[in-house]
Write a protein that binds this ligand. Sequence first.
Ligand SMILES: Nc1ncnc2c1ncn2[C@@H]1O[C@H](COP(=O)(O)OP(=O)(O)O)[C@@H](O)[C@H]1O
Ligand SMILES: [Mg+2]
Length: 290
Amino acid sequence: MTEALLEVRGLTKSYDGWSKALGDVSMRVERGEFVSVIGSSGAGKSTLLRCVNRLINPTQGSVVFDGRDITHVRGRDLRQVRRRISMIFQHYNLVYRATSIENVLQGRLGYKSTAAGALGLFSEAEKRRAFEALDQVGLADFAYTRTDQLSGGQKQRVGIARALVQDPLLILADEPIASLDPKSSRTVMEHLRWAADELGIACLVNLHQVDFALEFSDRIVGLKGGKMVFDGLPGDLDEKTAAAIYATNEEDPAPNDDDDPSTAPDDSDPSAVLVECGEPKGSSATGEAA
Ligand SMILES: Nc1ncnc2c1ncn2[C@@H]1O[C@H](COP(=O)(O)OP(=O)(O)O)[C@@H](O)[C@H]1O
Ligand SMILES: [Mg+2]
């Protein structure tokens, strides 16, 4: 078997030292593969993603990314690993008083010294790259629009553009369409699928919506109560299995997005200080990408 881009083995996470949010989960994501993780609220989807990019430390098990065991990496090494893993959030995590392109440039911060990032020292090449990424998600016309003026679907596409300029090997998306209407949801899923197909970026996407998972994924992983209960092709996920994944137990909490820990402050990048950014030379706010 060739080496996977991501392999988690026996991943277990307990927040309270007693109950298991994630219990002995093992899975692989190949390079350029689109994998959806489905399951009801509290199934452990966010916990899995947070263990992968080490926002939290697993209680047991290991995470191997791009040929390297990253379960215990820290400091500079962790920063280096995170460059190649982009995050996309349900609530976008944008700086709303800033323009789209300023938000997209935040995706480059992992490549800069803290001082250069804080001072907004982005090269012309980086500004062009940011503009190109916005063009790739169909937002070239909105590059210099403040993101609080954008619709939810457009905000999430800015989030995708920010992820792309990181030059990631893997995009982790935690419920990227949970706050969007069906049409915007589809557009966002299409852009993620495009990133996998055309740019070879693997996507690990937590989803509530099994229909979108079936339509867009190469593989689907089903979690229930922290356990992996399905790992297979979309075509192998029959109705009975899907229903079992979502079957509610008495103690399951009601879905409540506001409780979603993925939106808690600990997910945001403390180095993401917003900076002013001029227009890149050779592009215009309304014209084609340079
Ligand atoms: N920061 C946290 N502290 C304590 N318990 C948590 C925390 N985050 C998640 N949990 C618990 O872990 C379990 C899995 O949660 P989560 O990974 O958020 O599931 P999902 O993303 O599938 O809704 C739930 O029982 C949840 O209450
Ligand atoms: Mg979640």
